[in-house]
Design a protein around this ligand. Structure first.
Ligand code: CA
Length: 231
């Protein structure tokens, strides 16, 4: 059984293959990864993981699979290519985690785990194995590429002015954190901006309109702005 999701149309998104025989967990991981800007699919067997062409960029590998020992799957995947392998195990399988790392896994996560931690582990592993690769900032339907200054929302490219991009980059660098008006002004305008902050509101309004997702940029009254989940 294979589950697909909506970002399959974005050829630039990194691909993640979830190897997990629990359909509920596989489905929620695929949805979460998809929302975070990856192209995620799942298979429920080790064989399905090993026969995947082309190889994904990242594999999330459950060790308890119905057809093969997850450690063997890890070893064979590692021989096939230099993809990132993050092993997912139940608590109490320390021997398995050690074996998986010895067989080429890049990291492991113990169930149950939160999506935020999983996404952070994926980013960390990708930074380690492809240090020169572009670091995409993604949050909900939004993906910001600081290198090319390209912005997409649900895979659709959005044309922003340089100022709008700078503002968005401030917010996307740390989604969920409230960024103060002064911080944005200093980063997007000038380190010593003490002028009227009305100018920020004008650019912010234009940015929101172009992004077209209500709630993606939230106003936190008296404090500043942050990226929200969007509608
Ligand atoms: Ca399992």
């Amino acid at each position: 059984m294979e589950q697909k999701n909506g970002r399959g149309d974005d050829p630039d998104a990194l691909t993640v293959l979830v190897v997990e025989d629990d359909p509920g967990l596989a489905g929620s991981l695929v949805r979460g990864l998809d929302r975070a800007g990856y192209r995620a699919t799942s298979v429920d067997t080790g064989r399905g993981a090993l026969t995947r062409v082309p190889a994904p960029d990242v594999v999330l590998l459950d060790l308890g699979l119905p057809d093969m020992d997850g450690i063997d799957v890890c070893r064979k995947l590692r021989r096939q290519s230099d993809l990132a392998i993050i092993v997912v195990t139940a608590r109490g399988e320390e021997g398995d985690r050690v074996a998986a790392l010895d067989e080429g896994a890049d990291d492991y996560l113990v169930k149950p785990f939160g999506l935020a931690e999983l996404l952070a582990r994926i980013r960390a592993v990708l930074r380690r194995i492809r240090p020169s690769g572009p670091e995409l900032l993604s949050h909900g339907p939004l993906v910001v590429d600081p290198r090319t200054r390209k912005v997409t929302v649900r895979g659709r490219e959005i044309a922003l002015t340089p100022k709008e991009f700078d503002i968005l980059e401030c917010l996307a660098a740390d989604p969920g954190r409230v960024v103060t008006r002064q911080e944005i002004l200093e980063r997007a305008w000038d380190a010593h901006w003490y002028g009227p902050t009305k100018v920020l509101d004008v650019h912010m309004a234009a940015l929101r309109r172009k992004l077209g997702v209500p709630g993606l940029v939230e106003t936190v009254y008296g404090r500043g702005f942050r990226l929200g989940e969007g509608g």
